[in-house]
Ligand binder design. Sequence first.
Ligand code: TMP
Length: 199
Amino acid sequence: MLEGGEGVGKSTQAGLLARRLDAVVTREPGGTALGERARALLLDPSVGDVEPRAELLLMVAARAQHVGEVILPALASGRDVVCDRFTGSTIAYQGYGRGLPLEEVEQACAIASGRLVPDLTVLVELDEQVAASRRSAVPDRIEAEDAEFHARVRAGFQMLAEQCGWAVVDGGGSPEKVAEDIAEVVEYRLAPATPDRSP
Ligand code: TMP
């Protein structure tokens, strides 16, 4: 799984890594018809204020569909899966960002993923100002949150990386350099496969 804030280059890197591994590439929220519709709803600024628990439940509903429809079948057929965001994002955004109790967020994630744990999670880190300058000109509902929200999310990701033994890669170089760094860490950490301790 690739994790990180908006604008750090995760989606580009997920595509590059999947090509290198000949893996299925997918994203959250999204990856299925239901998930993509939930994503559109979740990111639409015109829906106005969304209750943090409603946001959490929509995120994990999209995940439950994604795990059942895309991830588990791909793994069962012997494919590797590279996913742009997973449980770590829910803990960082809905837990640390929105301030929902972490046990509640973890329970919701466990229900959605059936306790599916990634073999490896890579956090792509980038200076907040650089990341902000790379975000879309018209921010979506979550990108439009204030700097304090994004700082809490960032701190949440850093905490998770430390606690769960994620790999951390600097997203500040060229896309090719970042891709090399991610490939190196994947090769090193997954041979032989060592599951991380993601919640
Ligand atoms: P992005 O991956 O294209 O940046 O957009 C997805 C947005 O959804 C991003 O702002 C992070 C947010 N998100 C959550 O808040 N919780 C989640 O569980 C997931 C998967 C994403």
